[in-house]
Ligand binder design. Structure first.
Ligand SMILES: [Zn+2]
Length: 195
């Protein structure tokens, strides 16, 4: 049971490892390519992204009641920005809670207010948005631990089997080659003859 769980975790780990590598490669080949999956559940949203050898998780949490601020002013001359800030909008934004930022060795954590512009051109503080980012290599190293342990254990078992140990539990079968006294596995040779 424990071994089955370990094998399952190792497989999941390996699969995630491959997904991370594949997505990083995809980002290199297609910088504007598809993003990693995103999920939404109620007022929570989560999305994954990877770029430039970094991995990023974005978690958004909408407030039950969005904080609706002043309207943007129309910006008739602005070709790329149809709206412009008003002093009231800037003052309102100034009073919102401050975000939090932390950066170290390619790792980062950010918390910001998630701002949107509503259809009525109002500033809206929708809720909080959190970013957790890390370079890919520690993540890959972490994800590779279980698959590497499993692989070396398999190689170790194979070596033991050649020396006459049980293929299931690695018990020394030199004294009882027909059946493993430890786990009850019937040796392949005996099973082959009895069929
Ligand atoms: Zn055995």
């Amino acid at each position: 049971m424990k071994r089955r769980l370990f094998n399952l975790l190792a497989s999941v780990s390996l699969a995630l490892c491959l997904v991370v590598v594949a997505s990083a490669l995809l980002k290199v080949i297609l910088p504007r390519g598809p993003n990693l999956p995103s999920f939404r559940a109620g007022r929570w949203a989560c999305s994954l992204d990877s770029s430039n050898g970094n991995f990023e998780i974005r978690v958004g949490h909408d407030s039950a009641v969005p904080d609706i601020g002043p309207q943007f002013a129309p910006n008739p001359g602005g070709q790329f920005a149809p709206f412009t800030y008003t002093q009231a909008g800037l003052d309102w934004q100034e009073k919102l809670p401050r975000g939090a930022h932390w950066r170290s060795m390619g790792f980062h954590f950010d918390r910001n207010i998630n701002m949107e512009i509503s259809r009525t051109r109002n500033f809206v503080a929708v809720g909080n948005v959190f970013w957790i980012g890390a370079p890919l290599w520690p993540l890959l190293a972490l994800l590779a631990i279980l698959p590497i342990i499993r692989r070396s254990y398999q190689m170790y078992l194979r070596r033991l089997m050649k020396q006459g140990h049980c293929p299931v539990c690695a018990y020394d079968l030199r004294a009882t080659p027909e059946r493993c006294p430890e786990c009850g596995a019937v040796s392949a040779k005996v099973a082959g003859i009895s069929n």
